[in-house]
Design a protein around this ligand. Structure first.
Ligand code: GLV
Length: 379
């Protein structure tokens, strides 16, 4: 019974993690206070003290989302978990959904909805462009969807999409309004209740500066009515809100029963990041990448996403070479485009605690250095 596979040599070396300036679209650098919260001793996921912490997280998310929704929880998983949870629970196979696509996130949701058998209608614009409320209402009238998806923080395009008035249009046409704020929460204002958003989700690892792996999500009464009166069960057991609402103490039942083991340390860290948000007098971060990075912009000026600035790729340069140079010589992560914006933009994110003028100066200095030293590509 001796082992035949020897211990791998890499496992006998200590873990090495370099220090990096995470000035891309996420994850962002995590402040020591949040790292420390995440390193507290583990307790059981079903201990009463853990329920207290989860109740605090729920309150913190309600504040961050500006909602009184009872059905407010954090997913065990990244923003994608929340994205799938929203679609899987509120849409049944065969139902129509309408997806606004002006970057990668709409594309992703369309694929998720297709995989679970929804009848997907796409409204498409070039990355960096936005949809008018009239265009949205026309498409809703045409396709009669049960759900409309829109990314508030389109991180691939650097666009913060307006949401005012869209929730009202959705109500008028008996459609749920689903909004993605993974890249925008804590950087650009969002008011779930006032803006009549039915389902809202975000992520931990961007302007909240928590480690990746947890994702706030909230459903209002309209969304709850739809998801708890289904004919079919959601395709995912892990993301089934019937179970998750019990795990988070949102279903009014006296006891929480075992469903899955949540990421205990991730929840500690998320609680701390929401506490920091709650401590800020204005609630939102006062500055933005856009203010600091006065570069030629890609998205329309007044709709630029404060957390991720997309800049046009300088003429004649190879963006991959520039990014590699900046990482090698400045230890700074910046990224290229994503999905439909690949080859169109470079992206610089200064999120939450990273959003300081000194960091913006470092980023600009690194960019200038790369422009000087990266050979122009022979086009
Ligand atoms: C990921 O979230 C990205 O925008 O790159």
């Amino acid at each position: 019974s001796s082992v035949t596979i020897p211990p791998p040599a890499c496992m006998l070396r200590p873990l090495e993690v370099p220090l990096r300036y995470l000035f891309g679209p996420g994850p962002s650098n995590v402040p020591p206070r949040i790292l420390a919260a995440g390193s507290r001793p583990i307790i059981g996921h079903l201990h009463p003290e853990m329920y207290e912490i989860m109740n605090d997280i729920k309150k913190g998310i309600q504040y961050a989302f500006q909602t009184e929704n009872n059905m407010t929880i954090a997913m065990s998983g990244s923003g994608h978990a929340a994205m799938e949870c929203a679609v899987f629970n509120t849409v049944e196979p065969g139902e129509s959904v309408l997806i606004a696509i002006n970057g990668i996130w709409g594309e992703r949701v369309a694929e998720i909805a297709e995989r679970m058998g929804a009848n997907v209608h796409r409204m498409v614009k070039t990355p960096g462009r936005y949809f008018t409320n009239t265009e949205i209402e026309q498409a809703i009238k045409k396709h009669k969807p049960v759900l409309l998806f829109l990314a508030h923080g389109e991180s691939s395009a650097g666009l913060c999409h307006p949401v005012d008035g869209i929730g009202d249009i959705c109500r008028k046409h008996d459609c749920l309004f689903l909004v993605d704020t993974v890249a925008s929460l804590g950087a650009a204002p969002i008011f779930m209740d006032k803006q009549n958003i039915d389902i809202l989700y975000s992520g931990s690892q961007k302007a909240l500066n928590a480690p990746p792996g947890t994702a706030p999500i909230s459903f209002n009464d309209r969304a709850c009515h739809k998801m708890f009166n289904r004919k079919t069960k959601p395709v995912s057991y892990l993301f089934d809100m019937t179970h998750l609402s019990n795990y988070w103490g949102c279903d009014g039942k006296p006891a929480r029963v075992y469903h899955h083991t949540g990421p205990v340390s991730g929840f500690f860290a998320l609680r701390e990041s929401l506490a920091i948000l709650a401590e800020r007098v204005k609630g939102y971060f006062p500055t933005s990448s856009v203010t600091f990075l006065n570069k030629k912009s890609f998205s329309s000026l007044d709709l630029r996403l404060p957390s991720v600035t997309t800049i046009a790729i300088p003429e004649g340069y190879d963006w991959r070479e520039m990014l590699t140079y900046i990482m090698k010589h400045h230890c700074i992560e910046m990224t290229g485009g994503l999905g439909p914006s690949i080859g169109m933009v470079m992206r610089i994110g200064l999120m939450g605690y990273n959003c300081e003028k000194t960091n913006a100066d470092m980023a600009l200095h690194a960019l200038a250095d790369a422009l000087k030293n990266c050979k122009k590509s022979k086009a």
